[in-house]
Design a protein around this ligand. Structure first.
Ligand SMILES: *Cc1c(COP(=O)(O)O)cnc(C)c1O
Length: 429
């Protein structure tokens, strides 16, 4: 039996515990949705006021130079690079994950067309995040490739002589299952294909070693585990061996070699800077720095390795408590138990009789109790409805996990979730 007291003792002994104070989280709120929108670093409010009042309000256009606005995509890219196993000047922060995927997938297609023209298949997972699949579908149509969607266990068999590009999300947004980046990349390369990784649920959540894995391209969000703020620009990484082989198709002036020469023709900037397109949202970019400060603060406490160890301890505890305390309500586990295959989230399923899984309503009932997770609908087939809980080790503690499971138990036991107000859908789930 795991006790509340034991969980409290683990918090008291946790060297990372103090990092929670860097974040604004209402008392009593158990925020298990940092995988969707990270919590606000307290420093972000003052930083936003400074950017708006001083950098914009007072210094106006001079801030492009004096506040360093113009180089923010590169400077922030260098800070994220340190969290994903990339080198300096290999990553930029810009645009959205969807747009960045468009750029890198286009570049990968251009390389494939030149190096392996007979290969015309892009493979991804059917349960990949839809925007990745939509972007790939559109590009495949435009560029004469075929998009093939497979289940995770079919990926190895899809690495054949038709495969041009393997496009995977490292940690699956629905299940929290994590690929072995090094071995999958090596296998794809051995088969003659390029690999594009989406790190949306990896950056800041699990250690990533892009260079060690020899990956080709990567993209990812900064508003999830990196706590950059709603809609904060995304990041993009290109292996230096590919960076200068092609222009990316969104050849805007921020990616020009000399943007202020204002020449009528495009000359791509050296390196990853050519993956920029146009003017970036400076308020939003500036706030991302506050999110990254959290990782700097963690550095002296063991950095990503310590955060990963705590994340696994939190998700192990959540799984153990659910299995101990929520039996008999049809709750199942969609996330792998094996640490090497788990990201920083736990996803539950619910077996049910007629009338739906109840997963949506259970999540709503939990939110009403101050336990914020989210719901992801299944497809009525192999992919079940999911109750999704993200564990950001920077600000989630062991007592939070205990309390979250206790609320889940109460919601299930009382059938509170069947109340009509918990069964109404909203625009954003
Ligand atoms: C969250 C997420 C996105 C979001 O893309 P946006 O362009 O920021 O809306 C994309 N891909 C994956 C895998 C995600 O998890």
């Amino acid at each position: 039996m795991i006790t509340l007291q034991a969980c409290q003792a683990r918090d008291a002994a946790d060297p990372l515990r103090g990092l929670r104070d860097l974040f604004s989280i209402a008392p009593g709120l158990i925020y298990l949705d940092g995988n969707s929108l990270g919590a606000m670093p307290k420093a972000a409010a003052a930083r936003a006021a400074e950017v708006v009042t001083n950098e914009w309000g007072r210094d106006l256009i001079q801030s492009w130079n004096t506040a360093g606005w113009f180089s923010l995509p590169q400077r922030l890219g260098n800070r994220i690079a340190a969290l994903i196993g990339a080198g300096p000047d290999q990553a930029v922060v810009t645009d959205t994950t969807s747009i960045n995927l468009y750029k890198v997938l286009s570049a990968a297609m251009a390389i494939a067309k030149q190096d392996a023209p007979s290969r015309r298949v892009v493979v991804s997972e059917r349960s990949n995040f839809p925007t990745d699949l939509y972007i790939a579908e559109g590009l495949c149509q435009a560029q004469g490739f075929t998009l093939k969607l497979v289940e995770p266990e079919e990926i190895a068999a899809a690495m054949n002589s038709d495969l041009a590009i393997l496009m995977l999300t490292h940690v699956n947004y629905r299940t929290g299952a994590m690929h072995d980046m090094a071995s999958v990349t090596a296998a794809a390369h051995a088969a003659g294909a390029l690999v594009v990784w989406d790190l949306a649920h990896s950056a800041g959540a699990v250690p990533v070693d892009l260079l060690g894995a020899g990956a080709d391209f990567a993209v990812g969000c900064s508003y999830k585990y990196l706590n950059g703020g709603p809609g904060a620009p995304a990041f993009l990484w290109v292996n230096p061996q590919h960076a200068e082989r092609f222009w990316q198709p969104l050849s805007g002036w921020w990616g020009h070699a000399a943007p202020f020469a204002f020449t009528p023709d495009y000359q791509p900037a050296p390196g990853v800077t050519r993956y920029l397109c146009g003017t970036q949202p400076m308020v939003s970019l500036s706030l991302l720095a506050c999110g990254l400060d959290g990782f700097d603060a963690a550095e002296s406490l063991g950095g990503m390795a310590a955060l990963r160890a705590k994340s696994l301890a939190l998700t192990d505890l959540f799984i153990a408590l659910v299995e101990e305390r929520c039996q008999g309500f049809g709750i199942g586990l969609a996330t792998p138990r094996d640490h090497s295959q788990r990201g920083s989230q736990v996803c539950l399923t619910r077996e049910h009789a007629a009338g739906g899984s109840g997963a949506f309503a259970i999540v709503q009932a939990l939110i009403a109790r101050g336990v914020v997770g989210d719901f992801r609908a299944g497809d009525g087939g192999v992919h079940k409805d999911i109750l999704r809980f993200g564990f950001t080790p920077l600000y989630i503690g062991f007592e939070d996990v205990w309390n979250a499971v206790e609320h889940l138990r109460l919601v299930l036991e009382s059938a509170e979730w069947q109340r009509p107000e918990f069964n109404q859908k909203h625009a954003v789930t």
